[in-house]
Design a protein around this ligand. Structure first.
Ligand SMILES: [Cu+2]
Length: 501
C-alpha cells in the first residue's frame, strides 16, 4: 500500500465507520447534500450490548469530513422514533441553521428531513451533536472535521479520537437521581464529594459497590470543596470502545500524526495523556494556538485539541489516554505499527487525576488574536445555581424563563463570567468564536475558542465581535446543568425574534 492510500484507509478506520442502515441508504444525487442519518445502533460496552444513537452517512462514515473550500451542504434525516435537531458545534452558520430547538429552529420530527447550506470559513476540529433533551448522552454526536489540506501536504496521518461518558442507566434516571439529592444538607453534600481523597472519591449514595466508605466525615469534607463528577458512569469510551477492547489504529514507524481529539462527553472533563510521547498542541476548539510542546493537557466537556505527534522510528505501540478528572477511570486508543505487540492498558490509573484548573488555559496564546479594540459592550454574567435542588442558572435565571442578553451588531463584546458555584462549568457560546482575555481579572491574549471551563469561584472573561446577527444560545455544556436551566440567549438588537419555547 502506498503512503497516500495508507493515510486514506487509516483515516477511514479512525473515523470509526459503522455499517449502513438498511432502508435509509439511498444515496443523494451527485452535487446534492451530504446525507447525515440519525439512527439507533448497538455497541458493546464491557462485554454487554448497549443501545445508543449515532449520526452517519449512508456509506457508514460517522459524522462529516469535509474541506473548508466546500460549502456546508448537508441534509439531516431523522431516522429516530422521536424528534431531534443537530447543532454544528463550533461553526458559525446563519442562526436559523444552528440547530438549537426553538432558539434557531423547530426540531425535526421523527422521519423528517432538514437541509443546511452555508459557507465554511475556518478549517478545524469541530463536532456535531443533538441539542434535544438527553440525546447527546445517548451518543447522538459525531466528528465534524473541516480540513485545509495541511495534513496531506505534511504527510500527516489524521486520527480522530472521540470521547464519551457512558452509563447503562438512562440519562432521565441519572437526572432524576441528581434532582432527588435535594434536602441532603450542606455537609452531606460536601462529604459526597471528596475528589481524589481515596481513589474514586465518591461517597454517599454514589458509593454502592465502590468500596470507598468511611471517608465521608473527615474534616476536609467540611470545607467547601469543589464538586467534581456528579454522575457515576459505567464506562468511558474512545471511538465507542473501552480500554478492555480499544480502537487500535495502524501507524507507520517514524510516522507523522495529527490527533484530533473531541470531548463529546455529557458531563466529564478529561486529562489527555500521550504516554511516552511528546506532542505539539496546535489548536484548541479548532482554532490555532501558538504551538506548545506537551505530554498531558486537560480537555473539558465539548472542547477539542489538535496535537501533532512525530513517532519514533521502529515498531511500537503508543496508548493515547484520557483520564477523568478526580478519578482513576480512563479510556483511550492505541497507535500501533505493523507487528507491534499491543499490551493491555488497565482502565484504572494508579492515581486519581487532579481537578482541571485554569492554569493550562492561562498558558495558551492565540495564534490569531482578536484585533485590539476597547469593549463596546461589557457585561458580567453570573454562573449560578442551587446545588441542593440541582437547579443551575445564569444570572439566577433558569432557562427558558429568561430575559435575553442584548447585543448590537458591529461591537466588541466582553462577558466576564463569574462562577459563584462549587462546580466547574464548560461555557459555550454559539455562532461566534471568542477569545479568552482574562482569568480572575488578569488580562492575557488567550486562546480563541468556543467553549471555556469556568472553575468554581473563578472568573473568566471572553471577548468576541458581534458579526453574526441572530439569536444565539449561550450555555453550560454539562448536559445535566443545561437540562436544569443553565442557558441564556444572546439576541441582536433590531432583529424580530419569536417567543422562546
Ligand atoms: Cu455547568
Amino acid at each position: 500500500m502506498d503512503r497516500r492510500s495508507f493515510l486514506k484507509s487509516s483515516a477511514a478506520m479512525a473515523a470509526g465507520a459503522f455499517a449502513p442502515l438498511p432502508g435509509f441508504a439511498d444515496s443523494p444525487a451527485a452535487g446534492g447534500p451530504t446525507v447525515l442519518m440519525l439512527q439507533s445502533r448497538v455497541i458493546e460496552v464491557e462485554g454487554k450490548a448497549a443501545s445508543v444513537l449515532g449520526i452517519a452517512q449512508p456509506d457508514g462514515t460517522r459524522g462529516l469530513f469535509t474541506d473548508v473550500s466546500t460549502p456546508f451542504h448537508v441534509q439531516v434525516r431523522n431516522g429516530l422514533d422521536t424528534e431531534s435537531l443537530i447543532h454544528w458545534h463550533g461553526l458559525t452558520p446563519p442562526y436559523r441553521q444552528d440547530g438549537v430547538p426553538y432558539v434557531a429552529a423547530p426540531p425535526i420530527p421523527a422521519g423528517g428531513r432538514q437541509d443546511y447550506d452555508f459557507k465554511l470559513d475556518i478549517a478545524g476540529t469541530f463536532w456535531m451533536h443533538s441539542h434535544v433533551g438527553f440525546q447527546e448522552q445517548h451518543l447522538l454526536s459525531a466528528p465534524l472535521i473541516i480540513r485545509d489540506g495541511a495534513s496531506e501536504r505534511a504527510g500527516r496521518q489524521e486520527i480522530v479520537i472521540m470521547l464519551h461518558d457512558f452509563s447503562f442507566r438512562s440519562p432521565e434516571e441519572i437526572y432524576a437521581g441528581l434532582r432527588q439529592r435535594k434536602g441532603g444538607g450542606e455537609l452531606a453534600m460536601a462529604s459526597m464529594k471528596l475528589p481524589g481523597a481515596a481513589g474514586q472519591g465518591t461517597t454517599g449514595q454514589k458509593t454502592t459497590g465502590q468500596g470507598t466508605a468511611g471517608q465521608g466525615t473527615t474534616a476536609a469534607a467540611m470545607e467547601a470543596k469543589p464538586d467534581l463528577n456528579d454522575v457515576d458512569y459505567d464506562a468511558f469510551l474512545a471511538n465507542d470502545r473501552t480500554l478492555a477492547d480499544p480502537d487500535i489504529v495502524g501507524v507507520e514507524p517514524g510516522g507523522r500524526v495529527r490527533l484530533r481529539i473531541i470531548n463529546g462527553s455529557a458531563a466529564t472533563n478529561f486529562w489527555i495523556g500521550l504516554g511516552a510521547l511528546r506532542g505539539t498542541l496546535i489548536a484548541v476548539d479548532g482554532m490555532a494556538v501558538k504551538p506548545m510542546a506537551l505530554n498531558t493537557m486537560p480537555l473539558a466537556v465539548a472542547q477539542r485539541a489538535d496535537i501533532l505527534l512525530d513517532l519514533p522510528a521502529g515498531t511500537g505501540a503508543f496508548p493515547i489516554l484520557a483520564q477523568v478528572e478526580g478519578k482513576t477511570d480512563r479510556t483511550g486508543i492505541v497507535l500501533a505499527t505493523m507487528g507491534a505487540k499491543v499490551g493491555r492498558v488497565e482502565k484504572n490509573a494508579a492515581m486519581p487525576a487532579p481537578a482541571v484548573t485554569l492554569d493550562f488555559e492561562q498558558s495558551l496564546t492565540a495564534a490569531k488574536p482578536l484585533a485590539p479594540q476597547e469593549a463596546g459592550i461589557l457585561r458580567d454574567v453570573l454562573l449560578t445555581g442551587d446545588m441542593q435542588a440541582y437547579v443551575w442558572s445564569m444570572d439566577n435565571q433558569v432557562y427558558p424563563k429568561i430575559t435575553p442578553i442584548m447585543v448590537s451588531a458591529g461591537k466588541r463584546v466582553e462577558f466576564v463570567m463569574k462562577n459563584e458555584t462549587m462546580m466547574s462549568h464548560p461555557m459555550h457560546l454559539h455562532g461566534h468564536s471568542f477569545q479568552v482575555v482574562a482569568v480572575n481579572g488578569r488580562r492575557f491574549s488567550g486562546a480563541v475558542r468556543d467553549t471555556v471551563l469556568v472553575t468554581p469561584q473563578a472568573s473568566v472573561t471572553i471577548a468576541f465581535d458581534t458579526d453574526n446577527v441572530g439569536r444565539w444560545a449561550f450555555h453550560c455544556h454539562n448536559l445535566y446543568h443545561l437540562e436544569a436551566g443553565m442557558m441564556a440567549v444572546v439576541d441582536y438588537e433590531g432583529v424580530r425574534m419569536p417567543q422562546l419555547l
